[in-house]
Design a protein around this ligand. Sequence first.
Ligand SMILES: NC(=O)c1ccc[n+]([C@@H]2O[C@H](COP(=O)([O-])OP(=O)(O)OC[C@H]3O[C@@H](n4cnc5c(N)ncnc54)[C@H](OP(=O)(O)O)[C@@H]3O)[C@@H](O)[C@H]2O)c1
Length: 327
Amino acid sequence: MRAIRYHEFGDESVLRLDDVPDPVPGVGEALVSIRATSVNPIDAKLREGIPSPPPSLPHVAGVDLAGVVESVGPDVDRLDPGDRVYGTGFGWDDPGTYAEKAAVPADRLAVLPDAVDFETGAAAAMAFATAWRALVDRGDLSVGDTCLVHGAAGGVGHAGVQIAATTGATVVGTARESDADAVREFGADAVVDYRTDDLGAAVRDAVGAVDVVLESHAGANLDGDLAALGRGGRAVVIGQGRDLTLDPGTSLGAMFDDVDLRFMSTMASTDDHARVLGRVGSLLADGRLEPEIAATYPLAEAAEAQRYAAESGVTGKVVVRTASEKS
Ligand SMILES: NC(=O)c1ccc[n+]([C@@H]2O[C@H](COP(=O)([O-])OP(=O)(O)OC[C@H]3O[C@@H](n4cnc5c(N)ncnc54)[C@H](OP(=O)(O)O)[C@@H]3O)[C@@H](O)[C@H]2O)c1
């Protein structure tokens, strides 16, 4: 089969289209004939060898997929050959998903409803599962809450805006000015530029005190989040970026307000993973959630797909098609 691998760590130029043997599903695994995958920031971090330990080389890129189950290994009873599935968050030393096939843990997969095409499933898997788990499961978001979603034009952020709006929350998203209209179309009631001088004040001016924050750039924003959060508020951190420092006055205010700081990783979520994907899948099927696909590339152009996704101002997700047909 064809797969995009890297044999050394580095920038996008290390990605190579290789011919490799078809994987064989082990215990608890399903062999998936992959139709589409998508670009996620973790792809670049793995490709650059940043996690400790880094993936072993050569490594097949990619952490999410949509496709059809070809066969299953021992001890898999949830899925059958022929099932349409999507999934994400396979261990980062597992073979990746920029490939025509992958043998992946079956408990990281959910059935993809017939109404949802493979590119949509691949675009949604990591971004929407992450946003759902951060806001609903870790953030306890509920109807009537006010929710701040950072990076609201990006993959996870645009998913978070849609999920929060669907939940019945008032939503403020952060994005550069040129992406503000797109973020409003995703369902935000207000948009604040994340480069503003006083983020906490700008958010409070726009929507008042916030109940839940989806934080993807904590190093830049956490001070502002704590200032924006009201009594009993929750900030859920999914990404840090630069070094994290907190103003003592802001953190004292957060202590007085009983603010709760939580962290989460989709790569590490276990028991409830398939449930989250199943819930997202049904909302994709009835049109209440819909990933924005900024561009689609063929497998052979995966390096170009990663280069494009890393640019500023890309709205939504970049998809990599691993098969020629769409669904
Ligand atoms: N913990 C987890 O399970 C998990 C899962 C998925 C992703 N993540 C992490 O979450 C982050 C976002 O992922 P993604 O897939 O949404 O990436 P993405 O598609 O690249 O989107 C990132 C968005 O954040 C915006 N942004 C840049 N700097 C910002 C800042 N200081 N404050 C607010 N927004 C800012 C970008 O805007 P511009 O276009 O203007 O630059 C872009 O719209 C990444 O760090 C990723 O590794 C974590």
